[in-house]
Every structure is written in structure tokens, then in C-alpha cells.
Design a protein around this ligand. Sequence first.
Ligand SMILES: Nc1nc2c(ncn2[C@@H]2O[C@H](COP(=O)(O)OP(=O)(O)OP(=O)(O)O)[C@@H](O)[C@H]2O)c(=O)[nH]1
Ligand SMILES: [Mg+2]
Length: 295
Amino acid sequence: MISKVENDRTVAKEAVKVLFPKTGRAVILGVTGPPGSGKSTLISAVTKELSSAGKKVAIVAIDPSSAFSGGALLGDRIRMKDLTEDPNVFIRSMATRGSVGGLCRAAADVVRILDAASWNYVVVETAGAGQTDLDIIELAQTVIVVLSPGWGDEIQAFKAGLMEIGDIFVVNKSDLPGANRTLLDIRGMLQTYGPEKKWQPPVLLTDSLKSNGVRELIDAVREHQEYASKLNSVKGGLRSGEAQLLAAVRQELEFEFIPNLRGSKAFAEYGKKIADRTMDPYTAASSVIEMLRRK
Ligand SMILES: Nc1nc2c(ncn2[C@@H]2O[C@H](COP(=O)(O)OP(=O)(O)OP(=O)(O)O)[C@@H](O)[C@H]2O)c(=O)[nH]1
Ligand SMILES: [Mg+2]
């Protein structure tokens, strides 16, 4: 079903219609952070711990770079190899195929399928590539940002983006020098860029090769889930029905209107006007939207 849903939007909509009443039970975790920070290794360590406690864990690895290098997914597969024999674990890699927003439409539906299929945890890994990563927030209930020592030297804009989306921060590779320094840096940055909400994102140290700090991370996830579920019942915010509705409306608009628009005569004409500098893109867009409304 996952393959069908990935490839066919109409099938996906039918599947979600049927399965949706069975969703809403899984703990959905988003794991993001710079390339190579150890996300996959940490997910493996967390998964082993959860699996040995009898939990079923599905991992969805989303690789934005695979559109360019087909071999990238293989690395994750190899790293997670020792999990693939475990009947409590399911691993799926997905390519975003250059879709806008990093996480494709299919990812949300794949998560719903896994949730409906009674996986206790659904863990989504995305490489934090700045802005494109922000919609992990629309998918995951708890977002874990994984960094490694020395990360404090990266560019400012990138930092701000990650600081805003994390519910839990992890300095992985705590066995390497500079881990404590990075932890303090992140605590400092959270005060500048952190979200203005009651939840204070914890900053934890892990060594995922030795599974150090993994239990503490699982505890932090549990605490955040408790916090988030209270918030949900109080004001229906955070990863709410409204967020899902907005995403679905956006998709429908994009899929229903954009393809028709692309082939149309008006589209070509306005395109030419913009190229000739006889009309600006916003004025042209207003005319096009007006045209779509009249249809
Ligand atoms: N020393 C040390 N190395 C680690 C640790 N965790 C991961 N690594 C190593 O860091 C490298 C990258 O790990 P991955 O788990 O592939 O990192 P990733 O963030 O998933 O990478 P991408 O998916 O490519 O963005 C691998 O060589 C790991 O063995 C750790 O806690 N300590
Ligand atoms: Mg990875």
C-alpha cells in the first residue's frame, strides 16, 4: 500500500479515507539535523531500546538529496541493517523527488498508513536543509533536532531555523571533544531563537554508538508527548486537525489548479509578459487567480 500511495495521489486519497479512523494512536517523531550528525545511528539506538521493551517501531527515512545522488539511501539502509531482522521494526526509505517543502505529500500519507497499521512509534528522519525542513512540524508530534560537537560554528540563518522547530535537542557524538561546549551554545541560542511557548526544550547528550543517553531521550519524548497531548485537548493547537486541513487544502489547490494552469494559453501569455518585463509577476498572478475563480 505504501508503494501505491507514494506513486498515485488518487489511491492515496482513497486509502486515507478508509484508514483515517484508525489513525491517531502512534507516537510520531520527527528527527532532523545537519547531514552526518548521527540521526540514523541515534534512531537505531532508540529503536533497539523501544523494541526490546516490546514496542513496534516504523522508521521512514526521507532523503532530499537522493534526487541528485541515487546512492544516498543505501548508507542509511546499511547503518540500520542490524534492525532489519527485528520483527518489531519496519524501515522504509523515501525520496522527496524534488517536491517543494522537503517532505512530500506522500510522506504524510505513509505515516498515516503506518499509524493505522498499529505501529506504536513512527519515526521520520529528514536531513535538516534549512527552510525545506520546516514542514516536519506538520507531520511529527515531537521534533528531535540532532546536532554534533562543533555545530556552533555553522551559519546563523540555519541555526535560527532549527532552534524554532525543535521540541528536544540532542548533542550526539558526546564521546567527541567539544560536546559540552556545544550543549551550552545550544542552551544560549534557545534563549535567543527558541519558541515562545511553555515547553522548554531540553538539551541532551547522546553517544549513539554506545547507546549512552538513549533512555534519557526516550524519557524526554514521553514528557513532551504528555505536554503536547494536554495542549491539544486545551486549545486544539499543535499539529492539530487544523494543521492537517491546511496541508490538505494546499495540496488540493496545487494539484487541481497548477497542472491545468501549466498547459493553458493564458499561462504562456502571462509568462511571456513577465519575461518581456511588460507585466510584473504579482499582477500576472492576480489575473491568473481571478481567471481560476471564474471557472
Ligand atoms: N563518535 C561517534 N560517531 C557517531 C555517533 N553517532 C553516529 N556517528 C557516526 O557519524 C556518522 C554519520 O552517522 P549517521 O547516523 O549516518 O548520520 P545522519 O545524521 O543520519 O546522516 P545523514 O542521514 O547522511 O544526514 C557515521 O559514521 C556514524 O558512525 C556517536 O555518537 N559518536
Ligand atoms: Mg541518516
